[in-house]
Design a protein around this ligand. Structure first.
Ligand SMILES: [Zn+2]
Ligand SMILES: [Zn+2]
Length: 677
C-alpha cells in the first residue's frame, strides 16, 4: 500500500473549459477542492455566471488560504436562473444480459444510461450532462479514443437528432444538442465504457453510487441535476486481510467485545467471506472461543463478547488460514479511565464521499469496532447540498437515531459547516435532532454567527475546527474559538497533522501560523482529538505506511451521549492518527485537558506521569511546552512504557502536552495541560 493515499485528491481535468482559467489557481490546484468542484458540476455555470473579478477578500488575514471565490461561485449557483426545462426528463441504468446487476471495485465495466427527454423538451444549444463521481478512480467519460478507458458512445434511434459530445471537466461529459430541438419522450443512450477497455469503477465499495445526469433544457448554459439520477452498487473484492479490534481498557470481570472483520485490499468489507477464525496462543484470564465461524449471513463481520478475569495487558491474536493478525492491546485494570474510541468526522455520498449513511454507521460499528461515531456531511458541497435538501438531512437523522444504542454504540448527529473563508468546522449535536446552519448563507457565514445560532437553539452542540494548518483550507485563528462550543480542535485526520508547521506527518499545503500550536500560543485552551475526515466510507480505518487516519480517544466510563459530551467539554480526550495507542498522563495529579492554577509563588511545579501501551514498537515521546519541544525520550522499540518527569517553573498562560510516536508512523497527542492564574 506504500505510496497510496486515501486523501481526496484531484486529477487535472482532461480538457479545461475555456472559462476554467477564470477560476483561481486555488481552485484548480488543490486536491479536495478541485475534485469536489467537479462533483458540484459548477464548471459550466461558472462560465455563465462567474463575475470578471473575484470579490475582494475584505478582512482576510495574510497567509490565510481563504477562498472567497468558491463562496461566490456557490452563491451564483444558488441564484442561477433555472428554467423549467432544466432537470427535465428521467434517466436510468440498464444492464445487458451478459452483465450482473452490480459492479465490482476497480474493475472495467460498461454502463448503459438511458435518458428520456422531459415534457418541455431540450432546446437547440441545450444539453445533457453525465457527471461520474470524482471519487475514487472512476474513468473520465470521453468520446475520442475508442480503445482507452472511459470511452463513451451516444446512441440515438432517430438519425435526425444531432449532438456534439465532449469531456468538459474531471469526470464530466457534455452532450450539446446541435440540430433540431429534442421533444418529450425522445431517448438517447449514453454507453459509458463502450470500448474494449471499459470504464474503471470506484476502488471503494458502495451501494448506490450515482451517475449524475443533468439537463440544460433551454440552452442558457445553466444545468440542473436529476434528483433521481441512476445508481449502481459497487461490491468489494475478495477478502485479503482481517481486522481485529478490542477495547483498550476493561475491568476485571468485564465482558469484552471482540470485533473481527474480513476486508478486501482496500479495506472494503468482504461481504462474501465464509470461513473460520481461531485464537492461537490464547492467554489465560480471558475466555476465548476455540473457533469462530463466519457464515454467508455474517457478511464478513462478527462481534462477540468474552469474559476477562485477570488484570494485565492482553495482546490477542486471530488466525484464519495463513493469515495471522494482532488486535490492539487490551489493558485489564481496575484503575484509570476507560477509553472510548471515536471517529467524529466523515462523509458519504450525501456530500462528497462514498457510500450511504447506513453503511457508514455499520462500518464504524462492525468493522472498525468504534464506540462513538458521527457522520458529518457538508452543508453545501455536493450535487444536492444538504442545506437545501431536507430529505437528505432527515436520512442522516434517521440513520443516526437508528444506530444509536447507549452502552453499545453511540452515534452523534452532525454536519460540516464548510466555510471557504474562515475554515471548516464540523458541528455535532448530542440529541436526535439538529439543524444545518449553512455557511454559504450570509446570516451563518461567520463562526460567530454559527455559535450564536447554536446558542439561540439552546441544544447541546460542539464545533470542531479541522485541517486547521492547511489542506483544503486553513483555519482563521484571528477569531477566538467560543469556549461554550469549541473546547477542542481536530489536530489530525486523513489530511495529516495540523499540530505544528514542520512537525511529523504534517498536513499538505501547510499555511504557517494556522497550526494548532499557533492557536495555543494565542492563549486558546483547546484539547486535541483526531478523526478521519474520510471520504471512502471507512470511518475508523487506519492505513499504515504512510499512516493515515484520525481517532478520538475519549476518556469516559460509560458509553452514552451525555458521558461523551461531558468528556469532550472537559477535554478528557486525546488524539491519534488512527493507531489505537493507550496513553495515560497526569500533571501534578490533574488529568489531561485540565486547567491547573499556579501556587502562591506564581508558578507551577509537579510530576508529569506518562504511561503508554502501544500496538506497535514505539519510537519516542516528546514533551511540548508553550510552543517548543523541551524534552524527548527514545523509546527504543518498546511497546509499553511508564515515565515520570519533574516539571518546574510553569507560569500562568503556559501549556504542556505530549506527543508519542511509533516506529511505523502511528502517533498520539495528549490534550494539553493549561496553567492558569
Ligand atoms: Zn473540512
Ligand atoms: Zn470533512
Amino acid at each position: 500500500m506504500r505510496g497510496e493515499s486515501n486523501r481526496p485528491r484531484a486529477r487535472p481535468p482532461l480538457r479545461d473549459l475555456a472559462c476554467s482559467a477564470n477560476a483561481s489557481p486555488a481552485i484548480t490546484g488543490r486536491r479536495v477542492t478541485a475534485a469536489a468542484l467537479a462533483l458540484l458540476g459548477l464548471a459550466l455555470l461558472a462560465c455563465a455566471e462567474e463575475p470578471d473579478t473575484a470579490p475582494t477578500p475584505g478582512a482576510i488575514p495574510s497567509g490565510s488560504s481563504a477562498k472567497p471565490e468558491i463562496v461566490a461561485m456557490l452563491r451564483a449557483a444558488d441564484d442561477a436562473p433555472y428554467h423549467a426545462a432544466d432537470a427535465g426528463g428521467r434517466a436510468w441504468l440498464e444492464r445487458d444480459e451478459d452483465q450482473l446487476p452490480y459492479s465490482v471495485v476497480s474493475t472495467p465495466d460498461r454502463f448503459r444510461i438511458v435518458f428520456e427527454v422531459g415534457p418541455l423538451g431540450i432546446a437547440t444549444g441545450g444539453g445533457i450532462y453525465l457527471q461520474v463521481s470524482p471519487f475514487w478512480d472512476w474513468s473520465t467519460p470521453q468520446t475520442e479514443v475508442s480503445d482507452a478507458l472511459g470511452y463513451t458512445q451516444i446512441l440515438v434511434d432517430d438519425p435526425s437528432i444531432e449532438f456534439r459530445a465532449a469531456t468538459l471537466d474531471q469526470q464530466l461529459l457534455g452532450i450539446e444538442v446541435t440540430g433540431r430541438a429534442l421533444v418529450a419522450g425522445e431517448r438517447l443512450e449514453i454507453l459509458y465504457g463502450a470500448g474494449p477497455a471499459g470504464a474503471m469503477t470506484d476502488r471503494y465499495a458502495e451501494r448506490d453510487s450515482p451517475f449524475w445526469v443533468a439537463v440544460d433544457g433551454d440552452g442558457d448554459g445553466v444545468r440542473r441535476v436529476l434528483v433521481d439520477s441512476p445508481t449502481i452498487d459497487v461490491r468489494p473484492g475478495p477478502a485479503r486481510t482481517l481486522l481485529f479490534q478490542v477495547p483498550s481498557v476493561a475491568r476485571p470481570g468485564d465482558a469484552v467485545r471482540l470485533t473481527l472483520a474480513f476486508v478486501d485490499a482496500r479495506r472494503n468489507t468482504a461481504i462474501d467471506f465464509e470461513g473460520e477464525v481461531r485464537f492461537p496462543d490464547a492467554p489465560t484470564g480471558i475466555e476465548l472461543p476455540e473457533v469462530l465461524r463466519f457464515e454467508a449471513a455474517d457478511r464478513g463481520t462478527r462481534s462477540i463478547e468474552v469474559r476477562v478475569h485477570e488484570a494485565g495487558v492482553y495482546r490477542l491474536v486471530a488466525q484464519s488460514g495463513d493469515l495471522r493478525v494482532d488486535a490492539n492491546p487490551l489493558l485489564v485494570s481496575a484503575e484509570g479511565p476507560r477509553v472510548l474510541w471515536g471517529d467524529l468526522h466523515g462523509h458519504t455520498n450525501l456530500s462528497d464521499g462514498t457510500g450511504v449513511p447506513e453503511d457508514y454507521f455499520r462500518y464504524a460499528r462492525d468493522v472498525s469496532g468504534l464506540d462513538v461515531v458521527a457522520l458529518t456531511d457538508h452543508d453545501h458541497w455536493g450535487m444536492l447540498p444538504l442545506a437545501q435538501h431536507e430529505d437528505l438531512w432527515e436520512e442522516i437523522e434517521t440513520q443516526t437515531r437508528r444506530f444509536h444504542e447507549p452502552g453499545r454504540f453511540v452515534t452523534l448527529l452532525g454536519y460540516e459547516w464548510t466555510s471557504w473563508i474562515y475554515g471548516h468546522r464540523h458541528v455535532l449535536y448530542f440529541e436526535d435532532q439538529g439543524r444545518v446552519y449553512d455557511s454559504v448563507e450570509e446570516r451563518y457565514e461567520t463562526p460567530q454567527s454559527l455559535w450564536k445560532a447554536l446558542a439561540d437553539a439552546g441544544e447541546p452542540a460542539l464545533t470542531f475546527a479541522h485541517h486547521s494548518g492547511g489542506g483544503p483550507i486553513a483555519t482563521d485563528w484571528e477569531i477566538p474559538p467560543d469556549p461554550r462550543f469549541e473546547p477542542l480542535v481536530e489536530i489530525v485526520s486523513i489530511h495529516g497533522s495540523s499540530e505544528a508547521y514542520g512537525a511529523p506527518g504534517a498536513i499538505y499545503d501547510p499555511v504557517p501560523g494556522h497550526f494548532v500550536r499557533d492557536a495555543l500560543d494565542r492563549g486558546y485552551r483547546l484539547g486535541f482529538l483526531g478523526s478521519g475526515d474520510r471520504h471512502d466510507g471507512h470511518p475508523g480505518a487506519y492505513q499504515r505506511d504512510p499512516p493515515e487516519g484520525g481517532l478520538a480517544a475519549i476518556l469516559a466510563e460509560t458509553l452514552s451521549r451525555e458521558a461523551v459530551l461531558e468528556a469532550l467539554r472537559e477535554r478528557r480526550v486525546y488524539a491519534t492518527n488512527g493507531a489505537r495507542i493507550l496513553l495515560r498522563t497526569a500533571l501534578a495529579g490533574h488529568p489531561m485537558g485540565s486547567e491547573i492554577p499556579v501556587n502562591e509563588t506564581g508558578t507551577l511545579s509537579g510530576s508529569l506521569y506518562l504511561s503508554v501501551i502501544a500496538p506497535a514498537p514505539l519510537e519516542s515521546v516528546e514533551l511540548v511546552r508553550s510552543g517548543r519541544v523541551v524534552d524527548g525520550v527514545d523509546l527504543e522499540g518498546r511497546m509499553e512504557v511508564t515515565l515520570m518527569r519533574e516539571v518546574e517553573g510553569l507560569e500562568a498562560g503556559e501549556y504542556l502536552y505530549l506527543r508519542v510516536l511509533q516506529r511505523d508512523g502511528g502517533a498520539a497527542w495528549s490534550s494539553p495541560f493549561f496553567v492558569t492564574e
